[in-house]
Design a protein around this ligand. Structure first.
Ligand SMILES: [Zn+2]
Ligand SMILES: [Zn+2]
Length: 107
């Protein structure tokens, strides 16, 4: 929370291109936030990798024709996981429907 130095009213955090600002609702006074804590937290939260508990819900995953090198079975579940930076290619995971062996493949 920030209080306006000019009029003593509550300032609201506003996201601008240059960073986080506090703007007074009454006199429109602007003040740049020293620390961008508010936004930082939000970004970190968004980039949190999706954790897929495959042991519990692998039956809900889509299947495709893929040969398992472990047992020779021709069908596998698959899912993909985006790595932290979006310019890297996503990683595909496969899991044999028969022996449950899991492996990954870079697309
Ligand atoms: Zn003010
Ligand atoms: Zn297999």
């Amino acid at each position: 929370m920030k209080i306006c130095e000019k009029c003593g009213n509550l300032m609201l955090p506003v996201r601008k291109e240059e960073g986080l600002y506090y703007i007074c609702r009454v006199c429109k006074q602007e003040k740049k936030a020293e620390k961008d804590n508010f936004i930082l937290k939000e970004v970190v939260h968004k980039e949190k990798p999706r954790i897929i508990k495959t042991d519990e819900n692998s039956e809900m995953l889509p299947k495709l024709k893929k040969k398992c090198e472990n047992c020779g079975n021709g069908e596998a579940y698959w899912w993909s996981q985006q790595t932290r930076s979006s310019d890297e290619p996503e990683t595909r995971f496969y899991r044999c429907t028969k022996c449950k062996k899991t492996w990954r493949e870079y697309s």
